[in-house]
Design a protein around this ligand. Structure first.
Ligand code: PMP
Length: 332
C-alpha cells in the first residue's frame, strides 16, 4: 500500500479517475470470488451467476456513504424506508437525512426475520426502500435468502442488503449476491472496514444492476473517491488473503466468547459477525461500568438486558472472560 500510494503521489495535482476503473475491476473480481465460494446451491430455483461484472459495482468513502448515495438517489422527501429493528443505527439516520420517512418494524423472537413477518410488514407499509442487514448489527444473526427473495417480491421498491460483516459468517451463511441476476431493484452493500481491517482508509462498495448503479452517479459528488483511497484499496485488493488473514482469528475469538458467556449462563445470540450480543444481563449499565473498571470496554447498544462485545485478540478475549468471571463471582 505504501508503495502504491508513494507511486501516485506525484500525480496528486490531477483529479482522480472518477469512474475508479481499476478499483471497480478489482472489487468485481473479489465479489465474483465470493460468489463462486459462497453462492447458494444450484438446486434452489435460480442458477447462481458466475460473476459480478464491473458495471455492477459502486464504491464510496465507507459503506455509510454508499448507503447515503442509494438513499439520495432512491429515497428522499415523500418517500419512505423500512428496516427491521434492532439494527444498524445509521440506517434510519441516513434515510431521514434525505428527507424520507423511517418505518421501523420489530424483529421476531431471537431477532429473526421470517418470510411471513417480513412480507406482511412490506405489504402493510409499502416502503420505497427496504433495509435487510445480514449478519445484523448489533445482534449478529443472519437472514435466510428466502426472506430476502420474498421481501423483494413483495415490494416494488429498492431492497438493500447490508452485508458489512459477511466475511465473518459461518458456513451456513449465503450471500445475497447470488440473487442479483433478474432483480434490478436489489443492491448488496459491503465494506472493507471490517474484514479487511481497512476502516481508516474508508472504502465501502456495493453490487447491483448496472441501471441502479447508474442512478448513483447522479448524486455522488464529483471525484468522490480520492486517488489515495483508490490506490490504497487497489493495493489491498491485490492481496486479499493477507488483509483477510485476521477474519479466521477474530471468528475464533468470537466463538470463544460465545462459549465463555454461555458457561456463565447468558443467552447468547448465534453470531455470524465479529461481535456477540448476550442477553440475560440484570443491569447492563452496571456490568458495563464494572468491566470498564477492569479495563475492558464493551458496548451497551441500548437493547434491554443485553450487552455487545467485539472480538479482538486472544489476550483481549482472555481479559474479557477473566473480568466477567471475577465480576460474576463477587456479584453473582
Ligand atoms: N453497515 C453496518 C451494518 C455497519 O455496522 C457499519 C459500521 N459500523 C457500516 C455499514 C458502515 O461501515 P463503513 O462506513 O465503515 O463502511
Amino acid at each position: 500500500m505504501q508503495e502504491r500510494v508513494a507511486a501516485i503521489s506525484s500525480t496528486l495535482n490531477r483529479y482522480p479517475d472518477r469512474e475508479f476503473t481499476a478499483l471497480r475491476n478489482l472489487l468485481a473480481d473479489y465479489l465474483s470470488g465470493v460468489l463462486r465460494r459462497e453462492g447458494r446451491p444450484t438446486a434452489l430455483q435460480a442458477p447462481v451467476p458466475s460473476s459480478i461484472s464491473p458495471d455492477m459495482i459502486w464504491a464510496a468513502n465507507g459503506s455509510n456513504e454508499v448507503l447515503f448515495h442509494i438513499l439520495q438517489a432512491y429515497a428522499g422527501p415523500g418517500r419512505s424506508a423500512l428496516g427491521f429493528g434492532p439494527s444498524y443505527s445509521m440506517h434510519p439516520l441516513i434515510a431521514q437525512s434525505t428527507g424520507a420517512d423511517w418505518i421501523e418494524v420489530p424483529r421476531g423472537a431471537d431477532f429473526a426475520i421470517t418470510v411471513d413477518h417480513a412480507v406482511d410488514a412490506v405489504r402493510t407499509h409499502s416502503p420505497d426502500v427496504v433495509f435487510l442487514c445480514t449478519p445484523n448489527n448489533p445482534t449478529g444473526n443472519s437472514t435466510p435468502l428466502e426472506v430476502i427473495e420474498a421481501v423483494y417480491d413483495a415490494t416494488d421498491g429498492i431492497v438493500i442488503v447490508d452485508e458489512a460483516y459477511a466475511e465473518f459468517a459461518g458456513p451456513d451463511f449465503r450471500t445475497a449476491l447470488s440473487l442479483l441476476p433478474g432483480r434490478p431493484r436489489l443492491v448488496v452493500s459491503r465494506t472493507m472496514s471490517k474484514a479487511f481491517a481497512f476502516a481508516g482508509a474508508r472504502l465501502g462498495y456495493a453490487a447491483a444492476d448496472p441501471g441502479l448503479v447508474d442512478g448513483l452517479r447522479l448524486v455522488r459528488m464529483p471525484y468522490h473517491l480520492s486517488s489515495l483511497t483508490q490506490a490504497a484499496a487497489e493495493a489491498a485488493l491485490a492481496h486479499p488473503d493477507s488483509l483477510l488473514a485476521g477474519v479466521q482469528e477474530l471468528s475464533r475469538q468470537r466463538d470463544r466468547m460465545v462459549a465463555g458467556l454461555r458457561e456463565h449462563g447468558f443467552d447468547v445470540v448465534a453470531s455470524d459477525a465479529n461481535f456477540v450480543l448476550f442477553r440475560g444481563v440484570a443491569d447492563p449499565a452496571l456490568l458495563w461500568t464494572r468491566l470498564v473498571e477492569k479495563g475492558v470496554l464493551i458496548r451497551d447498544v441500548g437493547i434491554p438486558g443485553s450487552l455487545r462485545v467485539n472480538a479482538g485478540t486472544d489476550a483481549e478475549t482472555t481479559a474479557f472472560l477473566t473480568a466477567m468471571a471475577e465480576i460474576l463471582s463477587t456479584h453473582p
